[in-house]
Design a protein around this ligand. Structure first.
Ligand code: SAH
Length: 258
């Protein structure tokens, strides 16, 4: 099903996340499907389709399916914000997913919740798999392309740590809940060894795997999922979007390689 010559599909959940990519789009032609607006055009000469999917796993799955089946996207990227789980990270740091897990999918027994691969249950169709790994060759090319990129430090108003944001490759968790709880942040970090939590990435990846289409999740930390973070979202939104756009543009040649 993967279309070798198709456009790159880019999903965002929030208006602020999409705006920066739209600003770089040549020839913005819009198509509305399923209550979502798809923007067709080119960034740096590369054919792209951008969409505001909205928040959550089902929205991400609808948008990803349409991008692949209807717009013939050959690769999907999620570009947006996430909450940091790893205490070593700061607001503004960028995480690119090596692996994604739906942390809220699983089963609940008398002694608590056990995460399990979506679509499977241990007593019904057991599997050893948990989560999905990004395409190894795509990740390797992304690492190389981003090696020389230095992002501008975030302002203090935006919650910046006074240094250039880091770019890390790590595990990202996805679930249909906004995490703003220190005990939950601590548990998710410990149980999954994950760097960040958001609400769409692993759902997009599941759709991509079903269609055999490569995917990448790029997230800039907007909050620390429960740890103190006195940030100004308005100031943050604009600054962080710039980081997303720099990263996406740096990766465009990599993402358009066969
Ligand atoms: N617009 C809101 C922020 C929404 S945050 C505001 O102005 O405050 C929810 C979105 O950002 C979701 O799309 C999710 O993917 C991501 N996200 C950011 N931080 C998150 C967190 N701590 N937990 C879960 N999702 C988070």
């Amino acid at each position: 099903m993967a279309s070798s010559g198709g456009p790159l599909g880019v999903l965002c959940a929030l208006r602020e996340e999409l705006a920066v990519h739209i600003a770089e789009l040549d020839h913005d032609e819009t198509v509305d499907v399923a209550g979502m607006r798809f923007h067709r055009g080119r960034i740096d000469g590369q054919e792209v389709v951008l969409v505001l999917a909205g928040m959550g796993k089902v929205n991400a799955a609808i948008a990803a399916t349409l991008l692949i089946a209807r717009f013939k996207a050959r690769c999907l990227v999620f570009s947006g914000v996430a909450g940091g789980l790893d205490p070593a990270l700061s607001i503004g740091d960028v995480i690119i997913a090596e692996h994604v897990i739906q942390h809220d999918a699983g089963y609940t027994a008398a002694d608590g919740f056990v995460p399990y691969q979506p679509g499977f249950l241990p007593f019904f169709n057991p599997t050893d798999a948990l989560g999905l790994s990004a395409h190894a060759a795509l990740l390797a090319r992304a690492r190389l392309a981003l090696e020389a990129l230095t992002l501008a430090p975030l302002s203090q108003a935006a919650g910046g740590a006074g240094r250039a944001p880091g770019i890390h490759f790590a595990r990202i968790l996805t679930g249909d809940q906004f995490v703003a709880s220190e005990p939950l942040r601590e548990r998710l970090h410990r149980e999954f060894s994950a760097a960040a939590v958001e609400m769409e990435g692993a759902a997009m990846a599941q759709v991509c795997e079903a269609f055999g289409v490569p995917w990448l999740v790029i997230r800039v930390l907007s909050d620390l999922a429960g740890r103190d973070s006195h940030m100004d979202f308005a100031a943050f939104g604009a600054e962080v979007s710039l980081a997303c756009s720099r990263i996406l543009r740096t990766l465009l040649p990599v993402l358009s390689a066969p």
